[in-house]
Design a binder for this molecule. Structure first.
Ligand code: CTP
Ligand code: CA
Length: 227
């Protein structure tokens, strides 16, 4: 029988978590976004708080109720998320980027609502959004950096590539096509890879449980790789 004791293994840690989607304006009434519900990031924030950490949650628009005892910084766009994460980066000892950030955004959002009565279909020109993790990685001091990888194919290969390219300590790889897991679901499965080559597989389970598993993987990593 499993005995659950309250964990306090994150006491003294200052954890910066991002969650949810970003929204990038096309015009005043339309935007580009993605299917992120924010549930995974919110679950991580809540679990970290319950294990004794101080937590700041930078959140895109979600339908979720912010967990108690956590400072929430609401943002809408990728640029706003980049600014909020940068502003809190110096404070943090651990950064967990669970947000689904835009990769591309409309280059010149229309200042007035686009009207369908015009002769031509309006073109939508996109530009690159800032890569927040890569940006933070370039100016890290002693922070542990944890990313997510949302993949539809070649999970390990793509996740390993992101781990290296973004200079991360750990990456949580998600197959977003897996039934019952990922976007909007209450459950998720993941493979956690570390820069030292460790690999842990977590089968489908509640996001609240996976949140604790991710935090345990971080604690374990920090123990083996003191900074
Ligand atoms: N990420 C970020 N800034 C972005 C896009 C992504 O910080 N503009 C972060 C995500 O929060 C996640 C990690 O980078 O922790 C990987 O995101 P993902 O979308 O899986 O990978 P990308 O690097 O954006 O590459 P691609 O979407 O082409 O697979
Ligand atoms: Ca992306």
């Amino acid at each position: 029988e499993q005995i659950l004791l309250p964990l306090a293994d994150l006491k003294g840690q200052r954890i910066l978590v991002s969650a949810g989607p970003t929204q990038e304006a096309i015009d005043p009434v339309r935007y580009i976004s993605n299917r992120s519900s924010g549930k995974m990031g919110y679950a991580i924030a809540e679990a970290a708080r319950s294990r004794g950490a101080e937590v700041i949650l930078v959140s895109g628009p979600t339908a979720l109720i912010p967990p108690a005892g956590i400072r929430v910084v609401p943002i809408t766009t990728a640029k706003e998320m980049a600014e909020a994460m940068s502003a809190q980066f110096g404070w943090s000892s651990i950064v967990i980027m669970a947000a689904a950030v835009a990769d591309f955004l409309p280059k010149a959002p229309a200042t007035q609502k686009l009207k369908k009565g015009t002769a031509a279909v309006p073109p939508l020109e996109l530009e690159r959004a800032p890569d927040i993790l890569a940006m933070l990685s370039a100016k890290r001091t002693a922070q542990i950096l944890v990313g997510f990888a949302a993949e539809t194919q070649d999970l390990i290969e793509h996740a390993t590539g992101k781990l290296t390219a973004k200079g991360l300590d750990l990456i949580v790889a998600n197959d977003v096509t897996q039934a019952g897991a990922g976007f909007g679901s209450e459950q998720n499965a993941a493979i956690i890879l570390s820069r030292t080559g460790t690999r842990q597989t977590f089968d489908l389970r509640p996001k609240s449980q996976l949140a604790h598993d991710i935090l345990s993987a971080i604690v374990e990593f920090a123990k083996n790789e003191p900074r």
